[in-house]
Design a protein around this ligand. Structure first.
Ligand code: WTA
Length: 645
């Protein structure tokens, strides 16, 4: 497979960028010609950010799985689509060729139809990183069901909220999931999530860990039985036929929940056509993927990175995608390097937090592994610090592999700002240049475009995007007004990212982090309001305030200031209780790193918590806390400062 839209030089980048801005219809129409459509579009793009309304390739008909699978069968049937590395390195690897992937996805699709799933129905997927997770995702897409994958680290309560918001009628899960030394009881967590649920009709359970599970008659079904039956329906003389459902380009493909500055996660909706074009275009260009290469994205499919760069982007490009069930540090910290060596990985795409964590183990875990197959390295999820960047460059890439620092979001579908590996220059800790189609604007608090450079020649502001690209979110599920308010209302006629940014004289961008109340812990987005809500559920908590602080490995850590009722002593036990509560309400990923019991919180006279002050205290600042005279009780600041944990 060749990619006529692959950019090969700086000149080509400039040309593509210019064309995409001046003639977006022509530009994206041409890129889209490289996909399989049952019917071409009537119009490439129609939009306004007021409502917002964004429609790409309107009138076009397609099925994304025909693009990710069927169209490769003629020339690449025996080529590995997915290479699966199990949690336990002693266990057998699984190599899933494109023809095997086709068969399995068709089986899932038929299995879903057999169980009453229709186009537009929401299917929640809560599984570990097994190939069946990819089959489930693509099986939904094949019949036009909307998948909503929930990361395996979320609690029953989080799942229950998402099931209710999406009004999901079907769940696909596993008995359990292996992650490092742990065996996570997924089915039993689903059982808890379903207490009181009124919408879910069927739960399909794939056997992975063989831990005992309870199967409810009439509701719970074994994946293995259902898949066998489905195969008997669709396979004749070793040939599998299972037609894909014809979708409109603007039909929803999936919902993925993500945190914002309010307490309740939002269901970000992506649609079939634009998302397909954007993930594939960005995959091929950012990583400079060449046919035959092996791509290893270490993310979990429970996050957008896994959706876009393990499943949809690579498969639509006909790539070989490595899927890893385990964690980088189990059974030892050499796991990624073993995998790179074992499968001769060419592109490694991971998170700065993983790099920092692996750095802390020194160079021993690298011994004995041949990393010479690597051609391109990538990072995503948070700003990468220079120390980690250089370690990655020297110890892993041996100064031979361009590093792409890819900035993007769940809402953007794919990468928006990044260098293109080996084609446009990298700059440590800078995401560098926008992809064709992306028009960033820096604005100040009031929405005025920032034009004045500081003493270092930098522009500094809040990052907005001026016009839509094919992968932009279309709505938040069930609540379009929320989408408008969240992303399109802060600044008129702009998509607001929530990130702060610097821009240098050469047009490079450096993301400085969130400017809203969203934390980025180990590359995972968590809203402070969400964590506060969870802490406040504890019976002896009166009020709490959560802020981030710099954390050596996680990037940002969670610092909670908590007021308890005075009935209980503020000892380690009650801290443990709070951690337990957060785990139960959200999941272990949201657990505070530090808890400080306080007698009060710095509040304005109108009752608003002054997070700015708390943030500074959490960061270890003792002097310049800013103006505290407007506080209701300025004395509380000293008290909090003096008792910092
Ligand atoms: C942050 C992950 C700096 C940013 C794909 C963004 C980054 C949020 C980078 C989205 C990067 C992501 N440099 N910051 N290269 N990539 N971020 O939705 O704050 O989980 O808004 O998407 O992660 O997180 P999300």
């Amino acid at each position: 497979m060749k990619y006529p839209y692959q950019i090969n030089s700086m000149e080509e980048y400039h040309e593509a960028y210019k064309n995409s801005a001046e003639k977006p219809d022509e530009f994206w129409g041409e890129v889209a010609e490289n996909f399989l459509w049952r019917k071409k579009w009537d119009k490439v793009l129609e939009w306004n950010f007021k409502e917002p309304k964004v429609e790409w390739f309107k009138g076009a008909k397609l099925n994304i799985t025909e693009n990710c699978i069927d169209r490769h069968l003629e020339t690449m049937a025996d080529k590995p689509a997915i290479i699966w590395e199990p949690n336990n390195p002693e266990e057998r690897t699984r190599i899933v060729t494109y023809s095997r992937l086709h068969k399995r996805v068709c089986q899932v699709a038929q299995m879903l139809l057999n169980n009453g799933v229709k186009k537009g129905d929401r299917v929640c997927i809560y599984m570990g990183m097994v190939p069946e997770l990819a089959y489930a995702v693509l099986g939904c897409a094949r019949i036009g069901a909307i998948h909503s994958v929930i990361f395996g680290g979320f609690s029953a309560q989080s799942i229950a909220d998402r099931l209710e918001d999406a009004k999901a009628e079907f769940i696909i899960t596993c008995d359990g999931a292996f992650r490092g030394g742990k065996d996570i009881p997924l089915k039993s967590i689903i059982d808890d999530a379903l207490i009181g649920n009124k919408t879910v009709k069927k739960v399909i359970v794939y056997t992975r860990t063989r831990r005992p599970v309870s199967m409810l008659k009439g509701r719970d079904l074994w994946w293995e039985d259902e898949m066998d039956y489905a195969l008997s329906q669709i396979e004749k003389n070793n040939v599998v036929t299972m037609p894909a459902t014809e979708m409109d380009a603007e039909d929803p493909l999936f919902i993925l929940y993500t945190s914002g500055s309010t307490g309740k996660p939002k269901g970000v909706v992506h649609t079939v056509g634009g998302y397909m074009v954007w993930t594939t275009y960005s995959f091929v260009n950012v990583f400079q993927y060449q046919p035959g290469q092996v791509h290893f994205c270490t993310a979990d499919i429970g996050w957008i990175t896994g959706h876009s760069y393990i499943v949809y982007g690579p498969l639509a490009a006909g790539a070989t995608s490595v899927m890893f069930e385990g964690i980088p540090t189990w059974p030892d910290a050499g796991r990624f390097w073993d995998i790179v060596d074992k499968y001769k990985v060419n592109i490694l795409y991971t998170a700065p937090t993983a790099i920092r964590s692996l750095m802390s183990y020194g160079l021993d875990p690298l011994k004995g592994n041949d990393l010479s197959s690597l051609k391109v390295l990538g990072t995503v999820g948070e700003p990468i610090n220079e120390e980690a960047w250089h370690w990655y460059d020297e110890k892993i890439g041996k100064k031979n592999c361009p590093i792409v620092d890819t900035w993007w979001q769940t809402e953007t579908g794919g990468v928006l700002i990044s260098n293109l590996a080996g084609v446009t220059p990298s700059k440590p800790s800078w995401a560098t240049l926008p992809l064709p189609g992306i028009q960033p604007v820096l604005v100040d608090e009031r929405g005025k475009e920032v034009t004045e450079r500081d003493e270092n020649g930098l522009l500094k502001g809040n990052l907005c995007i001026k016009a839509p690209w094919p992968g932009i979110l279309r709505t938040t599920y069930g609540d379009h007004e929320r989408c408008r308010k969240n992303y399109f209302a802060t600044y008129e006629n702009l998509y607001f990212t929530g990130d702060g940014v610097l821009k240098d004289v050469n047009g490079n961008y450096r993301i400085t982090g969130r400017v809203d109340d969203v934390l980025n812990v180990s590359g995972h987005r968590i809203g402070t309001a969400e964590i506060e809500n969870a802490i406040n559920m504890h019976a002896s908590v009166v009020e709490s305030a959560v802020v981030g602080f710099p954390h050596e490995i996680k990037g940002q850590g969670v610092y909670a200031f908590v007021i308890t009722d005075k009935k209980h002593s503020e000892d380690e036990l009650s801290k443990q209780d709070i951690l337990e509560t957060v785990s139960r309400i959200i999941g272990p990923i949201a657990k505070p790193d530090k808890i400080q019991f306080v007698n009060g919180l710095p509040k304005t006279r109108s009752g608003k918590i002054m997070r700015r002050i708390l943030r500074k205290i959490a960061e270890g600042e003792t002097e310049n806390l800013g103006d505290t005279t407007t506080l209701l009780d300025p004395g509380i600041v000293d008290e909090i400062k003096n008792n910092k944990v």
